[in-house]
Ligand binder design. Structure first.
Ligand SMILES: [Zn+2]
Length: 91
């Protein structure tokens, strides 16, 4: 199930829907919105940019270099410490 991306119109504050989008890079997309208020009619382009990883990919693309979210860093450090402790216990 997917939900459609929406944004509030900056002028009249009604919901705006995506009219079209265009992939610029693997982590950057231009999105064109249109206000649903017929009395307003505002249309604009917004940037959709991936900014950080919240869960690492199981099939990572080496061209995609995103910083990890803080919770991912903590989870990764804890996991690495657990692995190091297991290795030390097996020695
Ligand atoms: Zn509007």
């Amino acid at each position: 199930m997917s939900r459609q991306l929406t944004m509030q119109c900056g002028h009249c504050r009604h919901v705006a829907n995506v009219r079209s989008s265009r992939e610029m890079t693997a982590t950057y997309r231009e999105v064109t919105f249109r206000c649903t208020n017929d009395m307003c009619g505002h249309s604009w382009v917004a940037d959709l940019i991936a900014v950080r990883t919240t869960s690492p990919s199981a099939c990572p693309n080496p061209d995609v270099q995103l910083p990890f979210a803080r919770n991912v860093l903590i989870r990764t450090i804890v996991h690495q410490m657990e692995l190091a402790l297991m290795d030390a216990a097996n020695d």
